[in-house]
Design a binder for this molecule. Structure first.
Ligand code: P1T
Length: 394
């Protein structure tokens, strides 16, 4: 199927059918889903001819290939690659596109693990990063240097839900001969397609909404450019950062309901965010779906929804925030996001603990900022849980 043929089908049709064409050939069984191909190696009859292109699972595996085809169809991408985690995807991009002496311009509000990878790992290999507030496009232009190769953003960002103007940043990137990488984990391709807005590479932690059930770690890279695809793919094979057949199957299974889940995540998130906004013990709620979010208009223009993650500040001390989190009975106190169950956490001591306190404070991650990933449970149960946990605070 070409990209054009795929585009004829709606999002959920592609989520269910793309990559899993039914095999009616002589001897085939007509499975309606792609099987889990656990074989690590594939036999051939002729020395020089791999059977149907398969040689060894690190290079290519039919279950992984089905997922890669499906995710490419969902992001309107020509190519998809899947990895053993989001960070494995990021590492492979950096290793394949950069060399010692190169420079990255990155948004200053990124997942803590991404900053750790940039600073502590790639810093050792003489790859430097300048972090800027990418919500202001002119700030990006100011820090581009002759050795800059990439601009790297999240939109919405983790954990402050800041929105970047993807189209404007893509223009700046291309005027300066740079590639724009967008981490689309928070919205998933259901609500936002950065390649259509001009980005060069989209990455996902598919551990989150794409997998959707908190039971499979994974990463994905989606892109259109032939040469960059070949570079990233050959490096992935060389370092072996691939998604396993079983994890590919779990992700294939999860992504089929992405549209249904995202709609419900968003509906519940808006209700919980609205409830908290009116609560006397809450000082601030940050959710791009609320019209008081500073980039609500831009968010509405470049995405078709706002997802299920938001952050908020309680009035009071760190001890109050900890008491609130520990008093919840239904919301699960845990890192990660995007699963069907509601998760809640304190970024300063959990997901963003690897970012220096000074750097956290510069971008606005206070010690009392709470991040919520609203699940798809019954909304009345979620509100009741928050109500009782807030009620138990003095
Ligand atoms: O955990 P992994 O699959 O390796 O993905 C890393 C990653 C990349 N990008 C974003 C935007 C992310 O949020 C993450 C992982 N984030 C969490 C575990 C978290 O709780 O924020």
């Amino acid at each position: 199927m070409t990209i054009e043929t795929k585009k004829r089908y709606g999002f959920s049709t592609r989520a269910i059918r793309s990559g899993e064409e039914i095999d009616f050939r002589e001897g085939a069984t007509g499975d309606v889903i792609v099987p889990i191909h656990l074989a690590t190696t594939f036999a051939r009859e002729k020395v020089n001819i791999p059977t149907a292109g398969y040689e060894y699972t690190r290079l290519l595996n039919p279950t992984r290939k089905a997922l890669e085809t499906k995710l490419a169809a969902l992001e309107n991408a020509k190519y998809g690659l899947t990895f053993s985690s989001g960070l494995a995807a990021e590492t492979t991009i950096l290793l394949s596109l950069l060399k010692s002496g190169d420079h990255i311009v990155a948004f200053d509000d990124l997942y803590g693990g991404t900053k750790r990878l940039f600073n502590q790992i790639f810093g050792e290999y003489n790859i430097s990063v300048t972090y800027v507030d990418a919500t202001d496009v002119s700030r990006l232009e100011e820090v581009i240097q002759t050795h800059t190769k990439l601009i790297w953003i999240e939109s919405p960002s983790n954990p402050l839900l800041k929105i970047c103007d993807i189209r404007a940043i893509a223009t700046v990137a291309h005027e300066n001969n740079l590639l724009l990488v967008v981490d689309n984990t928070f919205l998933s391709p259901y609500f936002q397609k950065p390649l259509d807005l001009g980005a060069d590479i989209v990455i996902h932690s598919s551990t989150k909404y794409i997998g959707g059930h908190s039971d499979v770690l994974g990463g994905a890279v989606l892109l259109n450019d032939d040469a960059n695809y070949e570079r990233i793919q050959s490096l992935q094979i060389a370092v072996g950062a691939v998604l396993s057949p079983f994890d590919s199957y779990l992700t294939l299974r999860g992504v089929k309901t992405l549209a249904l889940r995202m709609e419900q995540h968003q509906k519940n998130a808006l209700e919980v965010a609205n409830y908290l906004s009116k609560h006397p013990k809450v000082s601030k709620v940050i959710y791009p779906g609320l019209d008081n979010h500073p980039q609500h208009k831009l968010a509405n223009e470049q995405s078709s929804g706002h997802g299920g993650v938001f952050s908020f500040e309680l009035k009071g001390t760190v001890a109050d925030a900890e008491n609130f989190l520990e008093n919840l009975k239904l919301f699960v106190l845990a890192e990660s996001l995007g699963g069907v169950e509601s998760l809640i956490e304190l970024p300063a001591v959990m997901t963003h603990a690897s970012v220096e306190k000074e750097d956290r404070e510069k971008v606005g991650i206070t010690d009392t900022l709470i991040r919520v990933s609203v699940g798809i449970e019954d909304i009345k149960d979620l509100i009741q849980d928050i109500e009782q946990a807030l009620g138990s605070l003095k």
